[in-house]
Design a protein around this ligand. Structure first.
Ligand SMILES: O=c1ccn([C@@H]2O[C@H](COP(=O)(O)OP(=O)(O)O[C@H]3O[C@H](CO)[C@@H](O)[C@H](O)[C@H]3O)[C@@H](O)[C@H]2O)c(=O)[nH]1
Ligand SMILES: O=C(O)[C@H](O)COP(=O)(O)O
Length: 313
């Protein structure tokens, strides 16, 4: 692994088990922190109820960790809003929030709009399509933020499960992650190559930072916030927490191609110069991230043959 990335990986990774709820509550009340949990959701009526109800029970009813549990309904065509409200969330339609600023479709837009209806100084984002997850996602993500004022952004690290049509699972999830995000980071921001899940939809961030960043309206928001935070505040302002395994609803390759293009746009907007040499950082999906793999990426280009001495034609 790139030396800086390896140092970061070693120093800034922890496990959700390192962050017990008691300790978090103690830190939260000592610091007088307010915490908002935000779930962006488009057409997630099938899964959102369990997520909202589970988090509400764990961190609103049983323990006072969350001050707000908000769902941003992002142009859903199904009953997402009603289901989420019944499960105990405060629900806003993204397009109803600050209508004077207009409305775009997309996840990033939902997160950006959430800034206008929440008040927590710490924000936690959780996707609405999770099928394998646990409340420890939230405690894990908040741990480093509550423990250290210099930590500004916390990313989830997990094994991404792929669920086949017959219900069987393998640790082969994350098509865009493996095919686009990781190569982009390894090539253009190799110091970020130690981020195990650069596109994880579960992350926590200080409001002050989130409000200072430009937010792509679509699926580029995870990549942009990662790169921009590292660029402006240094790698060590970011931490990652291993959360075990995570499964979600899979989208089609064709839909993911649009996401892939969005990531390229985000990268393109942030890049000044091309890479010289490159290696691709990968992680074995069995959870043993210490046995990470480095794959050399060929970058050499031959000159036009017409310019090469001794060509026969
Ligand atoms: O217009 C949209 C589209 C999606 N979502 C919600 O955003 C979350 C993630 O969307 P999803 O379609 O499940 O994304 P994935 O295909 O799983 O993409 C992965 O990679 C993306 C970055 O490329 C991240 O934004 C996602 O969180 C991450 O799960 C879910 O709660 C969606 O309901 C919206 O709120 N509005
Ligand atoms: O982050 C990703 O790579 C996308 O969400 C796709 O994940 P999947 O291949 O596990 O559906």
């Amino acid at each position: 692994m790139h030396e800086r990335a390896l140092t970061w990986f070693r120093e800034r990774s922890s496990s959700w088990k390192d962050w017990p709820l008691d300790r978090l509550l103690e830190d939260k009340f000592r610091q007088d922190s307010r915490i908002s949990l935000v779930i962006p959701a488009r057409d997630e009526a099938d899964t959102i109820s369990d997520i909202v109800a589970g988090l509400r029970t764990a961190f609103v009813k049983d323990a006072p960790l969350l001050d707000e549990l908000v769902v941003i309904d992002s142009d859903s065509r199904d009953a997402t809003a009603a289901v989420a409200e019944r499960a105990g969330a405060t629900v806003y339609r993204a397009s109803d929030i600050t209508p004077e600023h207009g409305a775009y479709p997309g996840k990033g837009e939902a997160l950006w709009k959430s800034l206008f209806v929440t008040s927590g100084d710490l924000l936690v984002f959780v996707d609405a399509d999770l099928t394998d997850w646990g409340p420890h996602f939230v405690t894990g993500l908040l741990g480093p933020l509550l423990a250290d004022p210099d930590t500004l952004l916390v990313r989830a690290a997990y094994t991404r499960l792929r669920t086949e049509n017959d219900g069987s699972t393998s640790p082969d999830g994350g098509r865009v992650t493996e095919l686009v995000a990781r190569p982009l980071l390894s090539l253009y921001w190799p110091e970020l190559a130690g981020v195990v899940q650069p596109l994880a939809g579960e992350w926590a961030i200080r409001r002050e930072l989130m409000e200072s960043l430009s937010i792509p309206v679509g699926y580029g928001v995870e990549l942009s916030t990662l790169v921009d935070t590292a660029t402006r505040h240094g790698l060590d302002s970011i931490a990652q927490v291993h959360l075990g395994a995570r499964a979600h609803r899979h989208r089609t390759d064709r839909d993911l191609a649009v996401t892939a293009a969005e990531l390229l746009v985000v990268a393109d907007a942030r890049r000044a110069s091309p890479v010289g040499s490159a290696e691709l950082q990968q992680f074995l999906q069995d959870g043993d991230w210490v046995r990470a793999n480095i794959r050399p990426v060929p970058t050499h280009e031959r000159p036009p043959a017409a310019t090469v001495q001794g060509r026969s034609a």
